[in-house]
Ligand binder design. Structure first.
Ligand code: ADP
Length: 552
Protein backbone atom coordinates (compact mmCIF):
# COMPACT_ATOMS: atom_id res chain seq x y z
CA UNK A 1 0.00 0.00 0.00
CA UNK A 2 1.37 3.37 -0.97
CA UNK A 3 2.83 5.43 1.88
CA UNK A 4 0.77 8.38 0.75
CA UNK A 5 -2.53 6.48 0.93
CA UNK A 6 -1.52 5.01 4.29
CA UNK A 7 -0.75 8.46 5.68
CA UNK A 8 -4.02 9.87 4.40
CA UNK A 9 -5.88 6.96 5.98
CA UNK A 10 -4.15 7.61 9.27
CA UNK A 11 -4.94 11.31 9.08
CA UNK A 12 -8.58 10.53 8.40
CA UNK A 13 -8.64 8.09 11.34
CA UNK A 14 -7.16 10.79 13.50
CA UNK A 15 -9.48 13.62 12.52
CA UNK A 16 -12.49 11.36 12.89
CA UNK A 17 -11.17 10.10 16.26
CA UNK A 18 -11.76 6.55 15.09
CA UNK A 19 -9.86 3.57 16.39
CA UNK A 20 -8.71 2.33 13.00
CA UNK A 21 -9.31 2.94 9.34
CA UNK A 22 -9.42 0.54 6.36
CA UNK A 23 -9.74 0.77 2.63
CA UNK A 24 -11.82 -1.93 0.95
CA UNK A 25 -11.93 -2.54 -2.79
CA UNK A 26 -15.00 -4.45 -3.89
CA UNK A 27 -16.40 -5.73 -7.09
CA UNK A 28 -19.57 -3.88 -8.00
CA UNK A 29 -21.32 -6.84 -9.59
CA UNK A 30 -20.88 -9.56 -6.98
CA UNK A 31 -19.76 -7.28 -4.10
CA UNK A 32 -16.84 -9.50 -3.27
CA UNK A 33 -13.90 -7.93 -1.55
CA UNK A 34 -11.04 -7.70 -4.03
CA UNK A 35 -8.63 -6.02 -1.70
CA UNK A 36 -8.43 -4.78 1.85
CA UNK A 37 -5.79 -2.49 3.25
CA UNK A 38 -5.21 -2.35 6.99
CA UNK A 39 -6.33 -5.90 7.99
CA UNK A 40 -6.17 -9.39 6.61
CA UNK A 41 -8.64 -10.08 3.85
CA UNK A 42 -10.12 -13.15 5.58
CA UNK A 43 -11.27 -11.19 8.59
CA UNK A 44 -13.52 -9.18 6.35
CA UNK A 45 -15.21 -11.91 4.38
CA UNK A 46 -18.34 -11.47 6.48
CA UNK A 47 -18.51 -7.91 5.25
CA UNK A 48 -19.61 -8.94 1.80
CA UNK A 49 -23.25 -9.43 2.67
CA UNK A 50 -23.37 -6.16 4.48
CA UNK A 51 -21.77 -4.29 1.63
CA UNK A 52 -24.20 -5.91 -0.77
CA UNK A 53 -27.04 -4.72 1.39
CA UNK A 54 -25.57 -1.23 1.58
CA UNK A 55 -25.03 -1.05 -2.14
CA UNK A 56 -28.57 -2.22 -2.84
CA UNK A 57 -29.93 0.52 -0.65
CA UNK A 58 -27.55 2.84 -2.53
CA UNK A 59 -26.64 4.10 0.86
CA UNK A 60 -22.99 3.83 1.72
CA UNK A 61 -23.00 5.48 5.07
CA UNK A 62 -23.83 3.96 8.45
CA UNK A 63 -22.85 4.95 11.88
CA UNK A 64 -24.19 2.03 13.84
CA UNK A 65 -22.75 -1.48 13.95
CA UNK A 66 -26.06 -2.85 15.18
CA UNK A 67 -27.21 -3.25 11.60
CA UNK A 68 -24.13 -5.30 10.74
CA UNK A 69 -23.95 -8.20 13.25
CA UNK A 70 -20.97 -9.83 11.59
CA UNK A 71 -18.85 -6.82 12.24
CA UNK A 72 -20.13 -6.53 15.75
CA UNK A 73 -19.05 -10.08 16.48
CA UNK A 74 -15.74 -9.44 14.90
CA UNK A 75 -15.05 -6.44 17.03
CA UNK A 76 -16.58 -7.26 20.41
CA UNK A 77 -13.12 -7.80 21.79
CA UNK A 78 -12.08 -4.36 20.76
CA UNK A 79 -15.37 -2.87 21.92
CA UNK A 80 -16.17 -1.18 18.65
CA UNK A 81 -19.33 0.85 18.98
CA UNK A 82 -19.86 2.62 15.70
CA UNK A 83 -18.50 2.66 12.21
CA UNK A 84 -18.50 4.80 9.14
CA UNK A 85 -18.40 3.68 5.54
CA UNK A 86 -18.05 5.92 2.52
CA UNK A 87 -17.27 5.43 -1.15
CA UNK A 88 -13.82 6.77 -1.91
CA UNK A 89 -13.54 5.93 -5.54
CA UNK A 90 -15.66 4.28 -8.19
CA UNK A 91 -13.90 2.76 -11.22
CA UNK A 92 -16.70 2.63 -13.72
CA UNK A 93 -14.52 1.18 -16.45
CA UNK A 94 -13.47 -1.67 -14.13
CA UNK A 95 -16.79 -2.09 -12.35
CA UNK A 96 -15.33 -1.76 -8.91
CA UNK A 97 -15.35 0.67 -6.00
CA UNK A 98 -13.11 1.52 -3.09
CA UNK A 99 -14.60 2.25 0.30
CA UNK A 100 -13.16 3.67 3.46
CA UNK A 101 -14.20 2.06 6.73
CA UNK A 102 -13.62 3.75 10.06
CA UNK A 103 -14.27 2.19 13.47
CA UNK A 104 -14.69 3.96 16.75
CA UNK A 105 -15.30 2.92 20.34
CA UNK A 106 -17.40 6.04 20.93
CA UNK A 107 -21.02 5.21 20.14
CA UNK A 108 -21.85 8.63 18.66
CA UNK A 109 -18.44 9.22 17.11
CA UNK A 110 -19.54 10.03 13.58
CA UNK A 111 -21.46 13.22 14.03
CA UNK A 112 -22.42 15.47 11.10
CA UNK A 113 -19.50 17.76 11.86
CA UNK A 114 -17.10 14.82 11.93
CA UNK A 115 -18.48 13.50 8.63
CA UNK A 116 -17.92 16.88 7.01
CA UNK A 117 -14.29 16.78 8.07
CA UNK A 118 -13.82 13.23 6.74
CA UNK A 119 -15.50 14.03 3.44
CA UNK A 120 -13.22 17.01 2.86
CA UNK A 121 -10.17 14.79 3.41
CA UNK A 122 -11.59 12.05 1.17
CA UNK A 123 -11.13 14.19 -1.95
CA UNK A 124 -7.38 13.91 -1.49
CA UNK A 125 -7.57 10.24 -0.60
CA UNK A 126 -9.70 9.38 -3.62
CA UNK A 127 -7.11 10.96 -5.96
CA UNK A 128 -4.39 8.96 -4.25
CA UNK A 129 -6.38 5.72 -4.45
CA UNK A 130 -6.93 6.20 -8.14
CA UNK A 131 -3.25 6.80 -8.66
CA UNK A 132 -2.23 3.90 -6.40
CA UNK A 133 -4.46 1.38 -8.15
CA UNK A 134 -3.49 2.55 -11.59
CA UNK A 135 0.20 2.21 -10.81
CA UNK A 136 0.04 -0.99 -8.76
CA UNK A 137 -2.37 -2.99 -10.83
CA UNK A 138 -2.82 -1.40 -14.19
CA UNK A 139 0.03 1.01 -14.62
CA UNK A 140 -2.03 3.30 -16.77
CA UNK A 141 -0.93 6.84 -17.59
CA UNK A 142 0.44 9.34 -15.21
CA UNK A 143 -0.89 11.34 -12.31
CA UNK A 144 -4.22 13.04 -12.63
CA UNK A 145 -4.06 16.70 -13.43
CA UNK A 146 -1.44 16.27 -16.13
CA UNK A 147 -3.17 18.13 -18.85
CA UNK A 148 -1.33 16.35 -21.63
CA UNK A 149 -2.91 13.10 -20.48
CA UNK A 150 -6.49 14.26 -20.12
CA UNK A 151 -8.70 12.12 -22.26
CA UNK A 152 -10.17 14.70 -24.53
CA UNK A 153 -12.74 13.71 -27.11
CA UNK A 154 -11.99 14.55 -30.69
CA UNK A 155 -13.88 17.84 -30.45
CA UNK A 156 -11.95 18.80 -27.33
CA UNK A 157 -8.71 17.92 -29.03
CA UNK A 158 -9.62 19.99 -32.03
CA UNK A 159 -10.38 22.87 -29.80
CA UNK A 160 -7.16 22.59 -27.83
CA UNK A 161 -4.91 22.01 -30.75
CA UNK A 162 -5.89 25.36 -32.14
CA UNK A 163 -5.01 27.22 -28.98
CA UNK A 164 -1.53 28.02 -27.80
CA UNK A 165 0.09 26.84 -24.58
CA UNK A 166 -1.19 29.89 -22.75
CA UNK A 167 -4.60 28.27 -22.52
CA UNK A 168 -3.11 25.29 -20.71
CA UNK A 169 -1.32 27.63 -18.36
CA UNK A 170 -4.58 29.46 -17.79
CA UNK A 171 -6.24 26.16 -16.88
CA UNK A 172 -3.50 25.53 -14.34
CA UNK A 173 -3.62 28.93 -12.69
CA UNK A 174 -7.39 29.49 -12.76
CA UNK A 175 -8.98 28.92 -9.37
CA UNK A 176 -12.54 29.28 -10.69
CA UNK A 177 -14.01 26.39 -12.62
CA UNK A 178 -12.98 26.29 -16.31
CA UNK A 179 -14.51 23.63 -18.51
CA UNK A 180 -14.97 22.56 -22.08
CA UNK A 181 -17.98 20.52 -23.17
CA UNK A 182 -18.21 18.54 -26.37
CA UNK A 183 -21.09 19.11 -28.74
CA UNK A 184 -23.22 16.63 -26.76
CA UNK A 185 -22.68 18.54 -23.53
CA UNK A 186 -20.20 16.07 -22.02
CA UNK A 187 -17.28 17.39 -20.00
CA UNK A 188 -14.06 16.85 -21.93
CA UNK A 189 -11.76 19.25 -20.20
CA UNK A 190 -11.73 20.79 -16.77
CA UNK A 191 -9.13 22.40 -14.50
CA UNK A 192 -8.05 20.57 -11.34
CA UNK A 193 -8.27 23.57 -9.00
CA UNK A 194 -11.74 24.50 -10.22
CA UNK A 195 -13.22 21.01 -9.91
CA UNK A 196 -11.79 20.51 -6.41
CA UNK A 197 -14.66 22.53 -4.95
CA UNK A 198 -17.01 19.90 -6.38
CA UNK A 199 -14.93 17.16 -4.69
CA UNK A 200 -14.09 15.48 -7.98
CA UNK A 201 -10.77 15.02 -9.68
CA UNK A 202 -10.64 16.03 -13.33
CA UNK A 203 -10.49 12.36 -14.32
CA UNK A 204 -13.63 11.54 -12.38
CA UNK A 205 -15.64 14.28 -13.97
CA UNK A 206 -14.54 13.73 -17.52
CA UNK A 207 -17.15 12.04 -19.66
CA UNK A 208 -20.01 13.09 -17.40
CA UNK A 209 -22.75 15.11 -19.02
CA UNK A 210 -22.80 18.63 -17.57
CA UNK A 211 -26.42 18.17 -16.45
CA UNK A 212 -25.32 15.19 -14.35
CA UNK A 213 -23.66 17.58 -11.91
CA UNK A 214 -26.57 20.04 -11.96
CA UNK A 215 -29.19 19.92 -9.20
CA UNK A 216 -32.47 18.49 -10.57
CA UNK A 217 -34.38 21.64 -9.63
CA UNK A 218 -32.08 23.66 -11.85
CA UNK A 219 -31.75 21.34 -14.84
CA UNK A 220 -34.53 23.04 -16.85
CA UNK A 221 -33.19 26.55 -16.37
CA UNK A 222 -29.65 25.32 -17.14
CA UNK A 223 -30.77 23.58 -20.36
CA UNK A 224 -32.54 26.77 -21.39
CA UNK A 225 -29.35 28.78 -20.79
CA UNK A 226 -27.40 26.34 -23.00
CA UNK A 227 -30.01 26.63 -25.76
CA UNK A 228 -29.77 30.40 -25.49
CA UNK A 229 -25.96 30.24 -25.83
CA UNK A 230 -26.24 28.04 -28.94
CA UNK A 231 -28.89 30.32 -30.47
CA UNK A 232 -27.22 33.67 -29.80
CA UNK A 233 -23.59 32.51 -30.07
CA UNK A 234 -22.94 35.13 -27.40
CA UNK A 235 -21.59 34.76 -23.87
CA UNK A 236 -24.51 33.58 -21.73
CA UNK A 237 -24.49 34.00 -17.97
CA UNK A 238 -26.76 32.20 -15.57
CA UNK A 239 -26.97 31.00 -12.02
CA UNK A 240 -27.40 27.34 -11.20
CA UNK A 241 -26.84 24.82 -8.46
CA UNK A 242 -24.22 22.11 -8.89
CA UNK A 243 -24.03 18.94 -6.83
CA UNK A 244 -20.67 17.82 -5.51
CA UNK A 245 -19.49 14.24 -5.51
CA UNK A 246 -20.59 13.94 -1.89
CA UNK A 247 -23.95 15.54 -2.49
CA UNK A 248 -23.18 19.06 -1.35
CA UNK A 249 -25.29 21.61 -3.21
CA UNK A 250 -23.32 24.61 -4.36
CA UNK A 251 -24.56 27.79 -6.00
CA UNK A 252 -22.60 28.69 -9.14
CA UNK A 253 -22.56 31.56 -11.57
CA UNK A 254 -21.78 30.10 -14.97
CA UNK A 255 -20.65 31.86 -18.17
CA UNK A 256 -20.68 29.85 -21.39
CA UNK A 257 -19.97 30.51 -25.02
CA UNK A 258 -20.35 28.36 -28.08
CA UNK A 259 -17.13 27.35 -29.88
CA UNK A 260 -17.72 26.69 -33.55
CA UNK A 261 -15.70 26.68 -36.70
CA UNK A 262 -16.93 27.02 -40.22
CA UNK A 263 -20.51 26.56 -39.07
CA UNK A 264 -19.59 23.32 -37.26
CA UNK A 265 -20.11 23.26 -33.51
CA UNK A 266 -16.97 22.19 -31.65
CA UNK A 267 -18.36 22.48 -28.17
CA UNK A 268 -18.94 24.92 -25.37
CA UNK A 269 -16.32 26.75 -23.31
CA UNK A 270 -17.36 27.86 -19.88
CA UNK A 271 -16.30 29.18 -16.51
CA UNK A 272 -18.03 28.78 -13.18
CA UNK A 273 -17.72 30.86 -10.06
CA UNK A 274 -18.88 29.48 -6.74
CA UNK A 275 -21.35 31.95 -5.26
CA UNK A 276 -22.46 29.80 -2.34
CA UNK A 277 -20.86 32.19 0.12
CA UNK A 278 -22.40 35.21 -1.58
CA UNK A 279 -25.77 33.46 -1.54
CA UNK A 280 -25.24 32.66 2.11
CA UNK A 281 -24.46 36.32 2.88
CA UNK A 282 -27.39 37.47 0.76
CA UNK A 283 -29.61 35.21 2.82
CA UNK A 284 -28.10 36.59 6.03
CA UNK A 285 -28.70 40.14 4.76
CA UNK A 286 -32.27 39.20 3.85
CA UNK A 287 -32.77 37.91 7.39
CA UNK A 288 -31.16 41.05 8.82
CA UNK A 289 -33.31 43.41 6.74
CA UNK A 290 -36.38 43.36 8.99
CA UNK A 291 -34.09 43.94 11.96
CA UNK A 292 -32.53 46.96 10.22
CA UNK A 293 -35.99 48.28 9.37
CA UNK A 294 -36.97 47.81 13.01
CA UNK A 295 -33.80 49.56 14.22
CA UNK A 296 -34.42 52.46 11.82
CA UNK A 297 -37.98 52.75 13.09
CA UNK A 298 -36.70 52.91 16.68
CA UNK A 299 -34.09 55.51 15.73
CA UNK A 300 -36.83 57.55 14.03
CA UNK A 301 -39.00 57.26 17.14
CA UNK A 302 -36.10 58.26 19.34
CA UNK A 303 -35.37 61.24 17.06
CA UNK A 304 -39.01 62.31 17.15
CA UNK A 305 -38.94 62.04 20.94
CA UNK A 306 -35.80 64.17 21.16
CA UNK A 307 -37.36 66.65 18.75
CA UNK A 308 -40.48 66.75 20.94
CA UNK A 309 -38.32 67.30 23.98
CA UNK A 310 -36.42 70.06 22.17
CA UNK A 311 -39.65 71.72 21.09
CA UNK A 312 -40.92 71.52 24.69
CA UNK A 313 -37.77 73.28 25.89
CA UNK A 314 -38.17 75.83 23.08
CA UNK A 315 -41.81 76.36 24.05
CA UNK A 316 -40.84 76.87 27.69
CA UNK A 317 -38.21 79.40 26.67
CA UNK A 318 -40.72 81.20 24.49
CA UNK A 319 -43.22 81.29 27.34
CA UNK A 320 -40.54 82.57 29.67
CA UNK A 321 -39.57 85.48 27.45
CA UNK A 322 -43.25 86.23 26.84
CA UNK A 323 -43.69 86.21 30.61
CA UNK A 324 -40.82 88.64 31.13
CA UNK A 325 -42.27 91.02 28.57
CA UNK A 326 -45.77 90.66 30.08
CA UNK A 327 -44.63 91.06 33.64
CA UNK A 328 -42.56 94.11 32.71
CA UNK A 329 -45.69 95.56 31.21
CA UNK A 330 -47.67 94.64 34.34
CA UNK A 331 -45.04 96.36 36.48
CA UNK A 332 -44.77 99.36 34.25
CA UNK A 333 -48.51 100.24 34.30
CA UNK A 334 -48.91 100.65 38.09
CA UNK A 335 -45.45 102.18 38.32
CA UNK A 336 -46.36 104.77 35.68
CA UNK A 337 -49.48 105.70 37.72
CA UNK A 338 -47.50 105.85 40.97
CA UNK A 339 -44.78 108.05 39.43
CA UNK A 340 -47.28 110.21 37.49
CA UNK A 341 -49.56 110.92 40.46
CA UNK A 342 -46.64 111.45 42.86
CA UNK A 343 -45.12 113.98 40.46
CA UNK A 344 -48.45 115.79 40.12
CA UNK A 345 -48.69 116.14 43.90
CA UNK A 346 -45.07 117.21 44.11
CA UNK A 347 -45.12 119.72 41.24
CA UNK A 348 -48.48 121.35 41.99
CA UNK A 349 -48.55 122.81 45.49
CA UNK A 350 -51.98 124.30 44.77
CA UNK A 351 -53.63 120.97 44.20
CA UNK A 352 -56.98 120.82 46.00
CA UNK A 353 -56.88 118.50 49.03
CA UNK A 354 -59.67 116.24 47.66
CA UNK A 355 -57.66 115.64 44.48
CA UNK A 356 -54.53 115.10 46.50
CA UNK A 357 -56.42 112.46 48.51
CA UNK A 358 -57.69 110.78 45.34
CA UNK A 359 -54.17 110.77 43.83
CA UNK A 360 -52.79 109.29 47.04
CA UNK A 361 -55.48 106.61 46.86
CA UNK A 362 -54.45 105.71 43.32
CA UNK A 363 -50.80 105.54 44.39
CA UNK A 364 -51.71 103.31 47.31
CA UNK A 365 -53.88 100.96 45.21
CA UNK A 366 -51.36 100.71 42.42
CA UNK A 367 -48.61 100.07 44.98
CA UNK A 368 -50.71 97.29 46.49
CA UNK A 369 -51.36 95.81 43.06
CA UNK A 370 -47.64 95.82 42.37
CA UNK A 371 -46.86 94.21 45.70
CA UNK A 372 -49.48 91.52 45.02
CA UNK A 373 -48.03 90.76 41.63
CA UNK A 374 -44.51 90.47 42.99
CA UNK A 375 -45.79 88.26 45.77
CA UNK A 376 -47.55 85.79 43.45
CA UNK A 377 -44.43 85.50 41.28
CA UNK A 378 -42.30 84.90 44.35
CA UNK A 379 -44.84 82.44 45.73
CA UNK A 380 -44.64 80.28 42.61
CA UNK A 381 -40.87 80.02 42.81
CA UNK A 382 -41.03 79.38 46.55
CA UNK A 383 -43.59 76.58 46.07
CA UNK A 384 -41.50 75.07 43.31
CA UNK A 385 -38.47 75.19 45.56
CA UNK A 386 -40.50 73.41 48.24
CA UNK A 387 -40.11 76.38 50.52
CA UNK A 388 -43.76 77.05 51.22
CA UNK A 389 -45.87 75.42 53.91
CA UNK A 390 -49.47 75.72 54.90
CA UNK A 391 -50.55 77.43 58.05
CA UNK A 392 -53.58 75.34 58.95
CA UNK A 393 -56.63 76.47 60.85
CA UNK A 394 -60.37 75.93 60.77
CA UNK A 395 -61.64 78.19 58.03
CA UNK A 396 -65.20 79.24 57.39
CA UNK A 397 -65.44 78.96 53.63
CA UNK A 398 -68.50 81.19 53.31
CA UNK A 399 -66.91 83.99 55.37
CA UNK A 400 -63.76 83.77 53.28
CA UNK A 401 -65.71 83.96 50.01
CA UNK A 402 -67.81 86.88 51.25
CA UNK A 403 -64.63 88.72 52.09
CA UNK A 404 -63.10 88.17 48.63
CA UNK A 405 -66.37 89.13 46.94
CA UNK A 406 -66.38 92.35 48.92
CA UNK A 407 -62.86 93.16 47.70
CA UNK A 408 -63.94 92.61 44.05
CA UNK A 409 -67.28 94.38 44.22
CA UNK A 410 -65.88 97.65 42.93
CA UNK A 411 -64.14 95.95 39.98
CA UNK A 412 -67.37 94.11 39.08
CA UNK A 413 -69.37 97.31 39.52
CA UNK A 414 -67.14 99.12 37.01
CA UNK A 415 -68.27 96.60 34.38
CA UNK A 416 -71.85 96.31 35.66
CA UNK A 417 -71.26 92.66 36.38
CA UNK A 418 -73.58 90.91 38.78
CA UNK A 419 -71.51 89.19 41.46
CA UNK A 420 -73.35 86.67 43.66
CA UNK A 421 -72.71 83.88 46.16
CA UNK A 422 -74.87 80.82 46.71
CA UNK A 423 -74.16 78.80 49.83
CA UNK A 424 -75.81 76.41 52.28
CA UNK A 425 -77.24 77.80 55.46
CA UNK A 426 -75.22 75.57 57.74
CA UNK A 427 -71.59 76.30 58.52
CA UNK A 428 -69.08 75.14 55.89
CA UNK A 429 -65.64 74.69 57.36
CA UNK A 430 -62.29 73.42 56.20
CA UNK A 431 -58.90 72.67 57.72
CA UNK A 432 -56.90 74.99 55.49
CA UNK A 433 -54.47 77.86 55.14
CA UNK A 434 -56.82 80.84 55.32
CA UNK A 435 -54.57 83.36 53.59
CA UNK A 436 -53.59 81.04 50.73
CA UNK A 437 -57.21 79.97 50.19
CA UNK A 438 -58.26 83.59 50.12
CA UNK A 439 -55.67 84.26 47.40
CA UNK A 440 -56.99 81.28 45.41
CA UNK A 441 -60.58 82.63 45.52
CA UNK A 442 -59.32 86.12 44.75
CA UNK A 443 -57.46 84.93 41.64
CA UNK A 444 -60.46 82.98 40.33
CA UNK A 445 -63.05 85.67 41.05
CA UNK A 446 -60.79 88.39 39.69
CA UNK A 447 -60.24 86.40 36.49
CA UNK A 448 -63.96 85.73 36.17
CA UNK A 449 -64.68 89.48 36.27
CA UNK A 450 -61.67 90.29 34.06
CA UNK A 451 -62.76 87.91 31.33
CA UNK A 452 -66.45 88.75 31.42
CA UNK A 453 -67.92 91.55 29.36
CA UNK A 454 -70.15 94.33 30.73
CA UNK A 455 -73.50 93.29 32.15
CA UNK A 456 -72.38 89.71 32.53
CA UNK A 457 -72.70 87.54 35.63
CA UNK A 458 -70.20 85.95 37.99
CA UNK A 459 -71.64 83.39 40.36
CA UNK A 460 -69.84 81.68 43.22
CA UNK A 461 -71.35 78.53 44.69
CA UNK A 462 -70.22 76.76 47.84
CA UNK A 463 -71.43 73.17 48.34
CA UNK A 464 -71.04 71.25 51.56
CA UNK A 465 -70.46 67.66 50.46
CA UNK A 466 -69.90 64.59 52.63
CA UNK A 467 -66.12 64.62 52.89
CA UNK A 468 -65.28 67.72 50.90
CA UNK A 469 -66.26 71.25 50.15
CA UNK A 470 -66.94 72.24 46.59
CA UNK A 471 -66.45 75.79 45.38
CA UNK A 472 -67.55 76.78 41.88
CA UNK A 473 -66.60 80.10 40.31
CA UNK A 474 -68.73 80.48 37.23
CA UNK A 475 -68.98 83.34 34.77
CA UNK A 476 -70.81 84.25 31.57
CA UNK A 477 -67.61 85.61 30.03
CA UNK A 478 -65.59 85.12 26.88
CA UNK A 479 -64.71 81.50 27.74
CA UNK A 480 -61.60 79.50 26.95
CA UNK A 481 -61.20 77.77 23.57
CA UNK A 482 -61.11 73.97 23.85
CA UNK A 483 -57.60 73.74 22.41
CA UNK A 484 -56.22 75.95 25.21
CA UNK A 485 -57.94 74.15 28.08
CA UNK A 486 -55.19 71.54 28.68
CA UNK A 487 -52.55 74.26 29.07
CA UNK A 488 -54.12 76.95 31.22
CA UNK A 489 -52.54 75.64 34.44
CA UNK A 490 -49.08 75.73 32.87
CA UNK A 491 -46.64 78.38 33.89
CA UNK A 492 -46.83 81.60 31.81
CA UNK A 493 -49.52 80.18 29.54
CA UNK A 494 -51.95 82.74 28.28
CA UNK A 495 -54.79 82.28 25.85
CA UNK A 496 -53.95 84.22 22.74
CA UNK A 497 -56.81 86.47 21.72
CA UNK A 498 -55.52 88.59 18.84
CA UNK A 499 -57.10 92.05 18.74
CA UNK A 500 -58.60 91.84 22.24
CA UNK A 501 -55.60 91.00 24.36
CA UNK A 502 -56.36 91.32 28.09
CA UNK A 503 -53.27 92.09 30.18
CA UNK A 504 -51.95 89.32 32.41
CA UNK A 505 -48.88 87.27 33.27
CA UNK A 506 -50.05 83.66 33.11
CA UNK A 507 -49.12 82.91 36.71
CA UNK A 508 -52.47 83.32 38.48
CA UNK A 509 -53.86 79.87 37.65
CA UNK A 510 -50.47 78.24 38.29
CA UNK A 511 -50.61 79.57 41.83
CA UNK A 512 -54.24 78.45 42.20
CA UNK A 513 -53.42 74.90 41.06
CA UNK A 514 -50.36 74.68 43.29
CA UNK A 515 -52.38 75.77 46.33
CA UNK A 516 -55.20 73.34 45.62
CA UNK A 517 -52.61 70.57 45.25
CA UNK A 518 -51.03 71.53 48.57
CA UNK A 519 -54.45 71.22 50.16
CA UNK A 520 -54.78 67.75 48.54
CA UNK A 521 -57.71 69.05 46.55
CA UNK A 522 -58.71 68.95 42.91
CA UNK A 523 -59.36 71.71 40.41
CA UNK A 524 -61.16 71.26 37.08
CA UNK A 525 -62.38 73.66 34.45
CA UNK A 526 -65.33 73.64 32.09
CA UNK A 527 -65.53 76.27 29.45
CA UNK A 528 -66.89 77.14 26.06
CA UNK A 529 -65.55 79.98 23.98
CA UNK A 530 -68.10 82.82 23.99
CA UNK A 531 -70.37 81.27 26.64
CA UNK A 532 -68.47 81.35 29.91
CA UNK A 533 -66.24 79.44 32.24
CA UNK A 534 -66.62 77.46 35.46
CA UNK A 535 -63.72 76.56 37.75
CA UNK A 536 -64.62 73.77 40.17
CA UNK A 537 -62.49 73.22 43.26
CA UNK A 538 -62.96 70.29 45.62
CA UNK A 539 -61.10 70.43 48.92
CA UNK A 540 -61.08 67.66 51.53
CA UNK A 541 -62.57 68.81 54.83
CA UNK A 542 -60.30 67.34 57.45
CA UNK A 543 -57.24 66.12 55.68
CA UNK A 544 -54.03 66.30 57.58
CA UNK A 545 -52.31 68.93 55.54
CA UNK A 546 -48.60 68.61 55.54
CA UNK A 547 -45.81 70.54 54.01
CA UNK A 548 -45.80 68.65 50.76
CA UNK A 549 -44.52 68.68 47.27
CA UNK A 550 -46.57 70.18 44.45
CA UNK A 551 -47.24 68.56 41.10
CA UNK A 552 -46.33 71.06 38.42
P1 ADP B 1 -53.39 85.88 33.52
O1 ADP B 1 -52.51 86.63 34.41
O2 ADP B 1 -53.00 85.95 32.08
O3 ADP B 1 -54.82 86.08 33.77
P2 ADP B 1 -53.94 83.26 34.59
O4 ADP B 1 -53.02 82.18 34.95
O5 ADP B 1 -54.80 83.81 35.65
O6 ADP B 1 -53.07 84.36 33.87
O7 ADP B 1 -54.86 82.73 33.44
C1 ADP B 1 -54.29 82.07 32.33
C2 ADP B 1 -55.15 82.25 31.12
O8 ADP B 1 -56.40 81.58 31.31
C3 ADP B 1 -55.52 83.68 30.88
O9 ADP B 1 -54.63 84.29 29.98
C4 ADP B 1 -56.91 83.63 30.31
O10 ADP B 1 -56.86 83.69 28.92
C5 ADP B 1 -57.49 82.31 30.74
N1 ADP B 1 -58.51 82.45 31.78
C6 ADP B 1 -58.39 82.30 33.10
N2 ADP B 1 -59.59 82.47 33.72
C7 ADP B 1 -60.49 82.72 32.75
C8 ADP B 1 -61.89 82.97 32.73
N3 ADP B 1 -62.62 83.01 33.84
N4 ADP B 1 -62.47 83.20 31.51
C9 ADP B 1 -61.77 83.15 30.38
N5 ADP B 1 -60.42 82.92 30.31
C10 ADP B 1 -59.80 82.71 31.50
Amino acid sequence: MSELVKNSLQIISKISQSKCGYLVRINNSDFNIIDIWGESKEKFQSLNNSLLQIKRNSDVEFNSVKELPELKNLYTDNSINSFFIQEVYSFRERNESVYILLFSEIAEAFTEECKDRIIAALTILSGQVKELLNIENYDVGKAAGDIENLQITSEGNDFLSEEDDNFKVLLEVATDLVFFLDKDGKIVLVNEAGILNLEYTSDEIKGKHFLEIVDLDFSNSTSEAFEEAIKTKNVTRFETRLVSKYDRQLAYEISIRLISKKGKINGMLGTGKSISKIKHFEEEIRKLKPKIVEANRLIKLERARTRKHESLVEELNRLKSEFISNISHEFRTPLASIIGFSESIELDPDLPPEMKKEFNNVILNEGKRLAKLIKSVLDISRIEGGKISLDRSTVSVVDLLLNVIELNKEFAGQKNIELSLEHPTDEVTLEADKEKLSEVFEALINNAIKFTNEYGRVKIIANNLFREVEIIVSDTGIGIPEKDLPYIFQKFYRVSRPGSEIPGTGVGLVFVKQMVDLHKGLITVQSEAGSGTSFIIKLPKNIKIERSEVKS
